[in-house]
Design a protein around this ligand. Sequence first.
Ligand code: PMV
Length: 362
Amino acid sequence: MTEKDFILSGYQNLKKEGKVGYKSPSNIALIKYWGKRANQIPANPSLSFTLDACATKTTMSFERLAKPAENFSFELYFEGEPKPDFKPKIETFFKRISPYIPFLKEYHFVINTGNSFPHSSGIASSASGMSALALCLMEIERGHQPTMDDDFFLKKASFLARLGSGSACRSIEGSIVQWGKHDAISDSTDLYGVKYSDEVHSVFDNYHDTILLVDKGEKQVSSTVGHNLMHDHPFATQRFEQAHRNLSQLMTVFKKGDLDGFVKIVESEALTLHAMMMTSMPYFILMKPNTLEIINKIWAFREASKTHVCFTLDAGANVHVLYPENEKEIIHQFIKDELVAYCQNQQYICDRIGFGARKLTV
Ligand code: PMV
């Protein structure tokens, strides 16, 4: 498929008005996307677990305008309140997707959105937020073109979400999603995320992710700045090659249910992401002292308990603690006894692998 395949030629019926809604989850990358080319084309393939509890709910009402708007016409409410500071981000998104959603200027939209996780928790809402918005737009497009099949719907929703925020393209489906061309995955593409369809051992069913909120402050480095730092990065080529290799190895790990192998790849990916930030120019340290305390505690506990608890990190100080279903009791206890003390206001979120976005009854 190419970008052009996502442009529909004319609609069967342009609706006058309506309302749609979607709940879309966040995701946590195991193989990290860090570095991109123009139009949110990733510099390397990535793979994530779709989450379940951390999600955004968005509804979109639409009403046909008497004549097309000069600019995009929309109102935006976040948790019931008007949110003018979110508008520029949505305008940029609309601009990027308007070649693929030609009816955007034909309507006035009222967007209502909200997150299941506490705001200012330091958890990025761009993946769940952009994917929810992309799905709402696809639902409207499907209303104009009722013969659209599910495969096209999901691919195009992921494609649009990617134009909002790269990692958002991995939030449409579950429970494991891969994005970016990789030789061993035949349907892989830079254009959208695909549901991982290779064999996955049952030990990965219901995998847990407890998110420890170490620092709830504003992001020190925006994703855009961060990705750009990979352009002249001294280790960029090696890093991009490593991501390909790690993904190949992770495929074997998934097949065999090799939890020791899983731990090694996932932790190495997290530390490499942060190593890239520490070795770019300008350089950043996004971990906090408590991030390191938690990592050391996890390593000591894993050794002592012979469990498979491990961590991964986003571009920030919070820690995602990952563990299998059959070790959940002992690891929950460990988190409560030893890790929660390092969280800001003792806050953490119990999440797990999820099955993707779902339509809301509106
Ligand atoms: O989707 P963006 O542009 O915010 O980039 C996200 C990058 C990481 O979260 C650090 C890694 C990933 O693959 O999700």
